[in-house]
Design a protein around this ligand. Structure first.
Ligand code: ASC
Length: 153
């Protein structure tokens, strides 16, 4: 009986500590989070760049290619934010201290980008080049204003 009670206690202690650590951060180490968010931004920039080439007329506008790339941007735009947790303000990062000091403003900027990216998908799907270009500018503006406030040069 004692053995059973002890193992039950052991299992619940393990479960509690597991859920506590899972809640703290989805990343094992701060460096992992920094690597992850940079990777997410790199992929985002690659696909946003393809849209930029179309918006600037360097590549002919193609609604299917535009909406495929915009969908990737919109999906990727959800990812980096969970990787700005505690302890990720130091090391190989250009993130400014303002990310953590002005966290409500940072969250707002992140949400603005996500909202613009969703609108960009819809704009690309209309097949109208002008509509796409307008939405592309708005999304790029959201990238830029967040970079201006929260990313070091
Ligand atoms: C890009 C890219 C960014 C944004 C930003 C918009 O294509 O890689 O970081 O656009 O320059 O101002």
């Amino acid at each position: 009986m004692k053995k059973i009670i002890f193992s039950l206690i052991a299992v619940s202690v393990a479960a509690v500590s597991f859920s506590a650590s899972a809640q703290t951060s989805p990343f094992a180490k701060p460096e992992d989070a920094i690597k992850y968010r940079k990777a997410a931004f790199t992929v985002t920039a690659a696909h946003f760049g393809r849209l930029g080439a179309m918006a600037q007329g360097k590549v002919p506008f193609d609604a299917k290619a535009a909406s495929d790339n915009a969908e990737i941007v919109a999906n990727m735009s959800k990812l980096p934010w969970a990787a700005f947790g505690e302890g990720t303000d130091v090391g190989e990062t250009k993130a400014k201290p303002e990310v953590w000091k002005q966290s409500a403003k940072f969250k707002e900027a992140a949400e603005k980008f996500q909202a613009e990216a969703i609108k960009l998908v819809a704009a690309a799907k209309t097949g109208k080049e002008d509509t796409f270009k307008t939405a592309f500018s708005a999304t790029g503006g959201a990238c830029k204003s967040c970079h201006d406030d929260f990313r070091a040069k």
